[in-house]
Design a protein around this ligand. Structure first.
Ligand code: SF4
Length: 657
C-alpha cells in the first residue's frame, strides 16, 4: 500500500468499513453514493419535502437537512413522515452545528446525524488559548461527557453519524495547538472518533472539507494514514469541497478536490456544494462518479516504487526555467488552434487578447494564453508581444522569427532531427508508450519542455507516474500537462479537465496546461431534465477552464476568488442572486477573495481564508468582514453591496472596472 491509498498506478478503491444508513450501505466497496442538502427552511415542511423529492428524483441517495435548534430537529419527523407517505424512503441526515440538544432529538428520528467537531461542544470564538497538556486532556474529557450521550442514542436507534470537519471552523482549542492545518483537521475528527470507538460505535463516516482543494486533499490523505496507523482500518469517507461557488468555478474546484481523491480510490460518498439549487448538484456528482465505472480494467501502468515527493505537504517540483516555463514562473497556458482553418486577430479575443485597429495596439487580459499551438499553420499578422507560437517541426523550419516560433516534436522524432530551436523545444510524449521512456535514455537536452499526455483511460495516474520517473532520474525539465476531452457536455468536460490536470497540479507537478477537445462533439443543449452549462466559443471555454483550474489549484491567480456557501435552511438572503450581484461588480479584482455566506452562525467560521466577507446576520441585514474582523454590522441588505464596494475602496484593493 502507498502512504494514503492502495496504489498510485492501479485503480483500486480504498477498503473501508461498512456503514448502514437506513437501508443504504456505504463503504466496503459499495458504489460511491451521491448526496445533497436542502436549502429550504426546515420549519417549512412542504417546501423541504418538495425540494427533497426533486433531489431524489435527480438521483440523490441521501438528503441532508439542517437542524439548527430543537424546533427544526423536532420537525424532521414531519418531513420524514411526509416523504414516506409520498413513497420516498431515501435516508435523511440531520446537519448539526453547536446544538447537542438538537442532535440528540434528530438522532432518534433520521437515519444519520452530521456533527461538526469544530463546534459541537467545543468553542469557536477566534481566541488563541494556551493549554497545558492536562488542561487539554480536561477539555477532551468535557467533550467526551457531552458527546457520549449522542453516540449512545445513535447506537440504540441504529443511526449513522458523520464526523464532519471543516477547515474553516476548527475549534479554538485545535487551532491553538495545531493551527489552521490539515493535521488540525484530522486530529479534530480523530478525537471524536476515539470517543465513539470507546463506546464500540462504528457506524461512522468522516469528512475533511475545505474551500481550498489543496488543503482538502491533504487532509483526507492524512486522515487515511492516521486511521490506518491507529486503528488498522478506515471508516468510510464523505468527500466535498465547501463553499465551491457556482457555475464553472464551482464545478472545477469540486472536481479538482473530489476527482483527485476518487482517482486514488478514496471516497465512499460525495457531495458537490454549489451555490445553485441542490438538485443541480446531483448530475455533477454523477458525472464525477461515472468516470470510475470500469476503471479497474485500464491498461496497466508500471508500478512506482519510489514516490519522490511528500503527498501530505505541497511543494512544487523543482524544474529549471526555459524562457517563461518552469522554475518560479507561474504555469503557462497553451491555446490549441490546430483545428482552426485560419487564424485572424479577432480570434485571439477568445484567449485574452483584444486588438484595436485604430491604435494598432493589443490589450492583454489577466487570463491571456501564453502560447498558441497552430499545427501546420503560420500566423500572418503581428502577434501580441506576450504570445508565442508552437507549431509542427516542418512548419517551424519555414518560420523567420525563431524568437516567436518554437517546434513541437513527437517523442522519438526529436533524436532524428539535427535542427533545433535555440530557445525551447516542445516534446510531445504519450506517457503510456515505451517511446516516452526511451526518450529519457541518455542526456536530456536542457531546452526540452515535455508535453505529457496519456492514451490510457487512467490518464492522470499515467502522467503523474511519468513525472515521478523524471524526478527519480533527476531530470528537471519543465512539463506541460496536455489533456484531451472526448466528453459530450461542457459539465463533463470541465470535470474531466479539472480531474486530469488538478490531480497532478495539487502534487506540485506541472508547469503548464494544454487543453484540447473536439467542439463538434459538444452538446450545447439541455436534455433529460438536466441543466448543462453552455458555451458559444470553444477557444474561450478552454482558455477560461485552463485559468480557472490554475486558480483553483492555487497555481496562478488571474481573477477574483469567490467563496460562497451552498446555502441551507439557515440562509438569510437569496444567495444565488446576491452572489451574482457581487460577482458582477467585483469580477475584475484579480486575486481578491470575497466570501458570501448565508448566515452569521457558521458563515464567519467557514469563510476560511477570505479577504472580505458578506455575511447574512438577520432578516434583511448583512455584516461585512475584513478577514475575520467585523467592519460593519447589521447593514441594510439594499445597500450592502455598495457598502462592500466602499470597504474594498477603503482597503485599497478596489480598482475601477
Ligand atoms: S454558511 Fe451557508 S450553508 Fe453554512 S450554515 Fe450558514 S447558510 Fe447554511
Amino acid at each position: 500500500m502507498q502512504p494514503y491509498c492502495e496504489s498510485l498506478t492501479a485503480y483500486k478503491r480504498l477498503k473501508t468499513l461498512e456503514v448502514k444508513v437506513g437501508d443504504l450501505l456505504l463503504g466496503n466497496y459499495h458504489p460511491i453514493r451521491v448526496q445533497t442538502m436542502t436549502t429550504t427552511d426546515t420549519m417549512d415542511t412542504i417546501a423541504t419535502v418538495e425540494q427533497s423529492v426533486r433531489c431524489i428524483e435527480a438521483g440523490a441517495e441521501l438528503i441532508r437537512i439542517t437542524a439548527p435548534s430543537k424546533h427544526e430537529a423536532d420537525n424532521l419527523k414531519a418531513i420524514k413522515d411526509e416523504l414516506r407517505k409520498r413513497g420516498y424512503h431515501t435516508p435523511l441526515v440531520a446537519d448539526i452545528h453547536f446544538t447537542p440538544n438538537a442532535a440528540e432529538i434528530a438522532a432518534r428520528i433520521v437515519e444519520k446525524v452530521r456533527v461538526n467537531p469544530g463546534n459541537y461542544v467545543d468553542k469557536k470564538k477566534f481566541e488563541f488559548i494556551e493549554y497545558t497538556d492536562s488542561e487539554y486532556r480536561e477539555e477532551i474529557e468535557r467533550i467526551r461527557d457531552r458527546f457520549t450521550p449522542l453516540v449512545r442514542i445513535c447506537k440504540e436507534y441504529g443511526t449513522a453519524m458523520r464526523i464532519g470537519t471543516n477547515h474553516g471552523s476548527l475549534s479554538d482549542r485545535i487551532m491553538s495547538r495545531y493551527g489552521d492545518t490539515p493535521m488540525g483537521m484530522v486530529e479534530s475528527a480523530m478525537e471524536f472518533l476515539r470517543i465513539a470507538r470507546a463506546e464500540s460505535f462504528h457506524n461512522i463516516v468522516l469528512s475533511m472539507k475545505s474551500s481550498n482543494p489543496l488543503v482538502m486533499v491533504q487532509a483526507y490523505r492524512l486522515l487515511v494514514q492516521q486511521m490506518n496507523a491507529e486503528f488498522k482500518a478506515c471508516y468510510p469517507l464523505h468527500l466535498g469541497v465547501t463553499e465551491a461557488g457556482d457555475g464553472e468555478d464551482g464545478r472545477i474546484k469540486s472536481a479538482i478536490g473530489i476527482g483527485s481523491l476518487l482517482e486514488d480510490g478514496i471516497g465512499d460518498t460525495i457531495r458537490v456544494s454549489l451555490t445553485e439549487d441542490p438538485e443541480f448538484e446531483i448530475p455533477v456528482c454523477q458525472d464525477l462518479v461515472k468516470r470510475f465505472d470500469g476503471k479497474e480494467s485500464h491498461q496497466p501502468i508500471k508500478e512506482i516504487l519510489q514516490v519522490p515527493y511528500d503527498p501530505f505537504q505541497y511543494q512544487r517540483r523543482k524544474t529549471h526555467a526555459i524562457s517563461n516555463i518552469g522554475d518560479k514562473h507561474v504555469p503557462v497556458v497553451v491555446a490549441d488552434f490546430m483545428k482552426a482553418e485560419t487564424i485572424v486577430p479577432a480570434d485571439l479575443r477568445s484567449i485574452g487578447y483584444s486588438y484595436d485597429e485604430g491604435t494598432d495596439k493589443w490589450t492583454i487580459s489577466d487570463a491571456a494564453a501564453d502560447y498558441i499551438y497552430t499545427g501546420k499553420k503560420m500566423v500572418d499578422f503581428a502577434l501580441p508581444g506576450t504570445l508565442k507560437v508552437i507549431c509542427n517541426f516542418n512548419t517551424w523550419l519555414q518560420a523567420n522569427d525563431k524568437e516567436k516560433y518554437y517546434p513541437l516534436f513527437q517523442d522519438a522524432e526529436f533524436a532524428k532531427f539535427k535542427e533545433r530551436s535555440q530557445g525551447i523545444n516542445f516534446l510531445s510524449v504519450d506517457a503510456d508508450t515505451p517511446a516516452a521512456y526511451d526518450v529519457l535514455m541518455g542526456t536530456i537536452d536542457q531546452t526540452i519542455v515535455f508535453c505529457v499526455w496519456s492514451s490510457n483511460v487512467r490518464s492522470m495516474p499515467s502522467v503523474r507516474r511519468y513525472i515521478m520517473e523524471l524526478m527519480n532520474r533527476g531530470i528537471s525539465n519543465p512539463v506541460i500537462l496536455a489533456v484531451e476531452s472526448h466528453q459530450e457536455s461542457i459539465d463533463e468536460q470541465l470535470i474531466h479537465f479539472s480531474t486530469e490536470t488538478g490531480g497532478v497540479l495539487l502534487d506540485g507537478m506541472g508547469d503548464g496546461v494544454w487543453l484540447m477537445n473536439d467542439p463538434s462533439r459538444i452538446h450545447n443543449v439541455k436534455m433529460k431534465g438536466r441543466t448543462y452549462l453552455e458555451t458559444k466559443n470553444n477557444h474561450q471555454f478552454l482558455n477560461n477552464t485552463s485559468f480557472s483550474i490554475l486558480q483553483a489549484s492555487r497555481n496562478r491567480i488571474s481573477k477574483t476568488e469567490y467563496i460562497s456557501c451552498p446555502s441551507c435552511g439557515r440562509t438569510l438572503f437569496d444567495l444565488q442572486e446576491t452572489t451574482a450581484r457581487i460577482r458582477s461588480v467585483t469580477h475584475h479584482l484579480k486575486g481578491v477573495k470575497i466570501a458570501i455566506m448565508g448566515c452569521i452562525v457558521n458563515g464567519p467560521g467557514e469563510m476560511a481564508d477570505a479577504d472580505f466577507g458578506y455575511v447574512g446576520s438577520g432578516p434583511g441585514k448583512v455584516t461585512l468582514y475584513k478577514g475575520k474582523e467585523v467592519v460593519k454590522r447589521a447593514v441594510d441588505s439594499h445597500v450592502a453591496v455598495d457598502e462592500l464596494i466602499q470597504l474594498l475602496k477603503q482597503s485599497e484593493v478596489w480598482i475601477e472596472p
